[in-house]
Ligand binder design. Sequence first.
Ligand SMILES: [Zn+2]
Ligand SMILES: [Zn+2]
Length: 778
Amino acid sequence: MKETKFTSIKIKQLTTKLIKTLTFLSLVQLLIFGVVHFLFPYPKKIHYGQVLYSSNNEVIGATLNNEDKWRLYSSLDEVDPLFIDNILHKEDQHFYYHLGVDPLAIIRAFFNNIYSNKRTSGASTISMQVVRLLEPKERTYYNKIIEMFRAFQLECTYSKKEILEMYINIIPFGGNIEGIKAATVLYLQKNPGILSPAEACMLSIIPNRPTSLALGKQQDLIVSERNKWLERYYQGDLIDENTLESAKVEPINLQRTSIPKIIPHLSRQLTNRFYDEPRIKTYININTQLKTQDLVKKYARRLRSIGINNAAAIIIDNHTREVVSYVGSQDFFDDKFAGQVDGIQAKRSPGSTLKPLIYGIGFDRGFITPKTKILDVPTDFGNYSPLNYDEKFRGYITVEDALGKSLNIPAVATLEEIGVDHFTNKLISAGFNSIAQQKNRLGLSVALGGCGVTLEELTGLYASFGNKGTYSSLRKSTFGKDSANYQIISPESNYMVYEILSNLKRPDLPNNPQNSNNAPNIAWKTGTSYGRKDAWSIGYNKEYTVGVWCGNFNNEGSPDLTGAETATPLLFNIFRTLYPTVNSKKEEFEIPDQLFERLVCSSTGLIPEYFCDHTIEDSYIPTVSLTKKCSHRKLYFINPIESFSYCGKCLPKEGGYKKKFYNNYPEQLVRFYNDEKIPFETPPPHNPKCKYTISGKPPTISSPIDGRTYYILDHNTELELQAITANDVDYIYWYVNDQYVAKVNIESSFFYQFEVGKNKISCTDDKGRTNEIFIFVN
Ligand SMILES: [Zn+2]
Ligand SMILES: [Zn+2]
């Protein structure tokens, strides 16, 4: 009794001591583990190459990782579950129940080693294998202990799912191929998502013997090994009997292929930009991409005969702004003609391709509508006197024609009215980053391509035309940030631009009849840069916007290059590919709510007056578009034989006169008709007996320009003196600094040599009406 008590006290003491010691030891262990874990932490970052996916998740490009391995990331969900089951069954049946080390497997392996006197696998858990694959070490017992510690660490840091995912991404498949993803893409030309049971089995047995079971080489050996394991998986209830039988006879015929390079230019751009992302999802439609690439390649080959070697094209889905095709050059692998250059990102002169936006803004400002007549006459925009592409001037022309024929003077004049700053700010808001960089250097010449923009930026602008004038950034991958929508021009003026650009009666339709007969129903605009270096053609309908550029990356021009002849046929071909059959369904643009039709005078495009004998329909935006009344004719009182006209003061009271309308042209147009010797009916001179001669407009000095500074190179430099006069004037008199210098017939020109400094220039017409200006000469 006494003894028992004593014993029980002793046992109690011992137990307490033992618990204390064990607790202490555990704490020490935990502390040691904590310190070591802190000093040598996991993870070791897994370096993946990058994979690019098409819109339907096919691999369309990939890069090697930083160790030059094809190690491509795949999540567990992306992999066929049978493959995962096979791997777990084969490598680590207790994976979900251990903490990195499987004691049962170790004991089994220990006895196996003694029994067979050689090392067999089996003791290594998946966690330990991950450790070994990430930090390869010589196989010693010491390293094995390190490995176990590391595996335990791994388990403390990651979930089972994450560890399994690491494993399937780093297991070796021979050569520089690692992970299930790279293996299936390179050997089976597909994603690991759907594998046949035979494939799932084959892929599960390679990683342990990547050298002896070399994929694509030891086919027979692989078949026999596979069938052995199929039996085991059948035993393990992973597959049923039917599956086993059919899998065993499935032939293995593997060929290592290279990673697809379907969008090399875009791949390069996206992998550089999102260098940390193992997976990049694009919106590329493989079918369209391949067809477009083929068209561009073949087309560029044809252009070689006119000295053009490069071409690029991009296709946007207007509903989503997704880039569905991206062809940066005629051929990425064309070393002879710098195929690696990305023509979609190259900054080049846009030629006339920005003109639609200029007129669109003009429609919104209200000072023009499609039928408004504007001047196409030689004009000096302050030391800037552009010519048209054919060096001809058309006098008076509708906005519609000016844009359709891509005339330069009307576009520059419209831009001048809008303001260069306003215009460039619009471009910047519409994604033209290149314009933001050049903004301070840009002038009116930007209307004709005096700036550098990219094909991507231009196509983005036209995609806005395809979306009621609303800009939104283009999407090349799911990582791209969406910009806020920006209304560049109103839906109404956007529609007016569309109507002009979709009109088939255009001079920039390619000459080839095959092209025009079968022209797709699109709106498009061409552009040819100065020096004939760049041919552009950008087109859109409601669904797609396509941008095409042709030229030379080395910046050489070609005398035969034009936007219409060189780039448009390719644009049309690409559109035809998007709509392969005549009956392919196309969406139509709706007419915006606030766009209406009205009758205007055909001579001016203004609201008709009673004397306007001919009217036409024109689109307009109520409360925005101009409501100016037409004044294209002016009523004159003339004598019966039409030899002179009367004013209100000298009109004979007894009658004997008649009324007649004469054209009332803008002064610049009258001057142009005179210069070009274009006949037009003018009212007869004023009644010579009239005492009230000083009436009507004084001359306007149009050259030089009031207040401007002129730079002359030497003393022989002369400036032209020019004045716009009323219709009844024959002669004008020039004075410089109040000194008479010349009497000039209004139809002839006159030049004068100015002194340096401030100069006063006066002009008096033969009716005594005077005007004056000041200029500075340096
Ligand atoms: Zn009229
Ligand atoms: Zn009179």
